[in-house]
Design a protein around this ligand. Structure first.
Ligand code: ZN
Length: 599
């Protein structure tokens, strides 16, 4: 038996205390290790660096502990159970880490639970205790871990079938608000931590059809007998991480539905939050159960490479927003606006000509997760480009089968062949299944979409559905695309952030006028044509010039003032927006979006 006990030791010092008991340690001496990364977030994070004060004992006798590498410890052979005792510093406010203060506690098992090596397949039990003191009497506890003792949302004892299961159930504790709804007969809990005034009833009403869409698409019954949406609300947070029967989310306070919101109207921020919930929930099938062969089992000690992240993140990103319109939560035009924003993100970077989605997947660890100022010029995202591949694949499957089959059928086939069997998807495993759905060879499609940097034929595919793909230049640095706008506005070809002195360049796009004139990422623009420039007025200053004219730009590089002669040019027509054609969506278009009403 493997037994863990965890409690917030000193919330004000951000310390969890963990005790781990291994009843039958390895006779040669027991080793313990902590993951270097957490499934779903492909970057080495070295969680072991937050362990402090580690001791070992056997029946009351202290054992010496040797450190083997950055994340592994070893104790000598002993007669009887080995007990480890250690503290974990928890001050990473993200869905990937652990965080503890006097307002709440949160942890992922990857941060706090050492694995007794050689015993990873054994079941384990976890006692989770409340922090001590009257200030914490109102704290609840939420986790997807199967419960052994304690009441619903109370502290208590839990079990996991093995180490892999143990670390797939993040835990939130604190005075959070909660609500419950059912989707296809499965109880779903919504837990909201942090300061907020959310309309919880509205949120449950809106999440229910999204969950039912995903469950019915893959087929009832749902693969989990309960589900937990866990959100930490902050001023400007955003992010999510998927787990087998729960998800950890962070969101901005203003993105949540307010009790004063107009009923039925979905604000842009709330649309983003619903899209995030939809995304993580879709992962319950697509990555948590249908997995790349490279992840079965996970090696959490080092990077594990796969070319398939485009399928797991890209297809999931495609369905997250699509399901919002399929369920009627947002109108088709609102969905098309989101699609236009995705197209703009992909087409604004020259990186899409330099990296394929399969290369992007493989290099996620060192490139997508470690983006620097050159990223838009050098890499393509397997999320955004991957979702466009999914869109093209869906519409192509519909065309090839005379509208009888779609990407939904491919997902169901992946579920039957891999998700339900536990077998991993081979690196080239998607194409044969797509061909099975299509009933014909699709090598040209996959060659272009996955292994080349050619642009996908999306304009033609969308036109058949009654949707027009339009391009214009960006109307300033805050323009995310997706909507019509004024075309031909001069632009420096940079991404800017505010700086106390002016406007700081964070990205200089290849082929942009700023780069051509010698301006670089890191430069702080202080004047355009002799006038003080800031992030908020720079678009207006540039609007005084016509394409072809020269303008003097002053900027600091480090502490050196430099002068640049920029030739004004309209920005590239790389901002997309989609419109419904004059005749409306075609019958095929309505079938694609499950749309029955008037758009
Ligand atoms: Zn995802």
């Amino acid at each position: 038996m493997i037994e863990y006990r965890i409690r917030p030791l000193r919330p004000e010092a951000h310390l969890f205390e963990v005790t781990l008991t291994v009843a039958e340690p390895t006779p040669e001496g027991q080793a313990f290790t902590l993951p270097a990364w957490i499934p779903g977030s492909y970057m080495i994070r070295d969680f072991a660096r937050h362990l402090v004060h580690l001791e070992a004992s056997c029946q009351g006798e202290t054992l010496p502990v040797a450190k083997i590498d950055k994340q592994t410890w070893q104790v000598p052979p002993c007669d009887g159970p080995v007990q480890l005792h250690y503290h974990v510093y928890a001050w990473d406010l993200s869905v990937r880490g652990a965080h503890l203060d006097t307002t709440h506690g949160y942890f992922n098992g990857t941060c706090v639970f050492l694995a007794p090596m050689g015993h990873e397949d054994q079941p384990c039990e976890v006692e989770i205790e409340a922090p001590q003191g009257p200030a914490y009497l109102g704290w609840h506890l939420a986790t997807g871990l199967p419960r052994l003792t304690g009441s619903e949302l109370g502290f208590g004892r839990f079990r996991a079938d093995n180490y892999d299961a143990l670390i797939d159930h993040p835990v939130e504790m604190g005075p959070f608000e909660y609500a419950q709804f059912e989707a296809c007969g499965v109880p779903h809990w919504v837990v909201m931590a942090g300061r907020h005034k959310t309309d919880m009833a509205r949120l449950c009403r809106d999440l229910k059809p999204i969950c039912e869409h995903h469950i019915r698409m893959f087929g009832e019954p749902a693969p989990m007998d309960r589900y937990l949406f866990m959100t930490l609300v902050t001023g400007n947070g955003y992010g999510g991480l998927e787990h087998r029967n729960s998800t950890s989310l962070m969101c901005a306070r203003d993105d949540l539905p307010k009790r004063t919101d107009e009923p039925g109207k979905v604000r842009d921020g709330y649309r983003n939050y619903l899209g995030l919930c939809s995304h993580e929930y879709f992962h319950t099938w697509n990555i948590k159960r249908i997995k790349p062969a490279a992840f079965t089992p996970f090696d959490l000690s080092r990077e594990v490479h796969t070319e398939l992240l485009w399928a797991f993140e890209g297809i999931t990103s495609y369905y997250d927003d699509l399901s919002l319109t399929r369920t009627g939560l947002i109108a088709p035009q609102s969905y098309l606006e989101l699609l236009g924003q995705t197209l703009s993100r992909v087409y604004r970077g020259q990186g899409r000509h330099k990296q394929t989605v399969t290369e992007s997947s493989f290099d996620a660890w060192t490139r997508f997760y470690k983006q620097d100022e050159n990223a838009p010029n050098a890499i393509v995202s397997y999320y955004t480009k991957g979702s466009l591949v999914a869109l093209a694949l869906d519409l192509t499957l519909r065309n090839l089968t005379d509208e009888k089959k779609s990407l939904d059928d491919l997902m169901r086939l992946l579920w039957a062949r891999y998700g339900q069997t536990g077998e991993g998807v081979p690196e080239q495993g998607i194409q044969p299944l797509a061909e099975e759905v299509a009933g014909c060879d699709m090598s040209d499609f996959f060659e272009q979409a996955l292994y080349s940097t050619e642009d996908l034929p999306l304009a033609e595919l969308l036109a058949e559905r009654g949707v027009e793909l339009n391009w214009r230049s960006a109307a300033g640095h805050g323009d995310n695309g997706g909507k019509p706008g004024k075309d031909g506005i001069p632009n420096l070809g940079v991404r800017l952030v505010a700086d106390p002195m002016g406007a700081k360049i964070v990205v200089a796009f290849e082929q942009g006028p700023a780069m051509a004139a010698g301006l670089s990422a890191g430069d702080v623009i202080i004047a355009v044509d002799g006038l003080h420039a800031t992030q908020s007025n720079i678009d207006n200053l540039m609007a005084n010039f016509l394409p072809g004219e020269n303008v003097e730009v002053h900027a600091f590089r480090r502490d050196e003032l430099m002068k640049f002669n920029v030739t004004v040019a309209p920005s590239e027509p790389s901002t997309a927006y989609l419109t419904i054609a004059k005749g409306g969506l075609t019958e095929k278009g309505k079938a694609w979006l499950h749309w029955k009403g008037n758009e």
